[in-house]
Design a protein around this ligand. Structure first.
Ligand code: ATP
Ligand code: MG
Length: 308
């Protein structure tokens, strides 16, 4: 089974407003709520692509119930730890006149030590995990070391581990040497403390991480696609030019696309093309809609890749 872990799940409240005025009263034209959080996004895209997974993490309060109910209605299996705090609600403002999107991300509820241990015990009890993918920010009260701990436990159970996070959490997770990391250029630059420019500098930085034992580094570069660096082969895959409607969840979708390729036994190069197609499929949809299978299938033949 594939498991995704989201420490800081969120209910995304998306509002559509005409011509937003600051310091004034604005009328909401339309409003929708979505189950959010980076690991949750990966599970949603895997479901869209027909791959079974289970979303793990913390939920609490009415917002947590709503998030779980939304996932059940979307057919996304989940097994969350109930916490005493309330799941955060993020606000996404879409200006229908200018097309601008403004996002307000909440910090998230305080996670108590015993709640953290419930998650750890759940991961210790997983039966035959094939892939454990951990993504996103840390909620208040959780030390970055949780990333190292989860990777260690998942590895000891034979799982391939994937990390998509930033800063101290990424550094801590790397200590346990995961199978794959997917930083974007900014996250990789922060990790190596250097403003990386150009494919050469980026692949050099990624190669140093591979040398430390990480099997695959995927560096996502927005419209320029994804660079895959591994011990034996490096590839660059590039999406076709499309009209971008929204980029929220593009990175998460790319991870889901790569997992899709891996679980179907595809080569690294082909799995990379799946990652780019899934990421770009998400950017072709408005709002917070994620990669749909039809869009993915149409885009996949248009993704180019080359050995570098
Ligand atoms: N402007 C774009 N045009 C085409 N494809 C895009 C664009 N932006 C992102 N993508 C697709 O999505 C993938 C991941 O995007 P990106 O590099 O922006 O990830 P990220 O910064 O981790 O995103 P996230 O905000 O989800 O964390 C890209 O490799 C590409 O396939
Ligand atoms: Mg990202």
């Amino acid at each position: 089974m594939i498991y995704t872990v989201t420490l800081n799940t969120a209910l995304d409240r998306t509002l559509w407003i005409k011509n937003i005025h600051g310091d004034d009263c604005n009328r909401i034209e339309e409003e929708k709520r979505f189950a959010g959080g980076k690991g949750v996004d990966i599970s949603k895209v895997l479901t869209n692509l027909g791959i079974a997974s289970k979303a793990l993490g913390f939920v609490g309060g009415f917002a947590g119930d709503e998030l779980e109910g939304l996932l059940i209605n979307e057919g996304v299996p989940c097994d969350f730890i109930r916490i005493s705090g309330d799941t955060r609600t993020n606000i996404i403002l879409n200006d229908l006149t200018t097309g601008e999107q403004t996002i307000f991300n909440a910090r998230g509820p305080q996670i108590k030590p015993y709640e953290l241990m419930q998650l750890i015990h759940k991961i210790e009890a997983l039966e035959r995990p094939e892939i454990v993918s951990i993504s996103g920010s840390l909620p208040p009260g959780v030390n970055p070391e949780i990333y190292r701990k989860i990777v260690e436990i998942a590895k000891s159970k034979g799982a391939k581990t994937i990390i998509d996070t930033d800063g101290e959490a990424l550094k801590a997770g790397l200590q346990a040497v995961p199978y794959l990391i997917k930083p974007n250029i900014h996250e990789l630059s922060r990790l190596v403390d250097k403003d990386l420019k150009g494919i050469e500098e980026i692949s050099e930085a990624a190669a140093a991480i591979v040398k430390d034992g990480v099997a695959i580094v995927l560096v996502s570069m927005g419209a320029d696609g994804i660079l895959l660096v591994s011990e034996k082969e490096n590839y660059l895959a590039t999406p076709p030019k499309i009209e971008v409607k929204n980029t929220i969840g593009a990175g998460d979708s790319a991870i889901a696309g790569f997992i899709y390729g891996l679980t179907r036994g595809e080569s690294l190069q082909e799995s990379l093309r799946c990652a780019v197609a899934a990421g770009t499929a998400t950017t072709s949809r408005p709002g917070t809609a994620l990669c749909q299978k039809d869009d993915f299938a149409k885009l996949l033949p248009l993704v180019t890749s080359k050995l570098i």
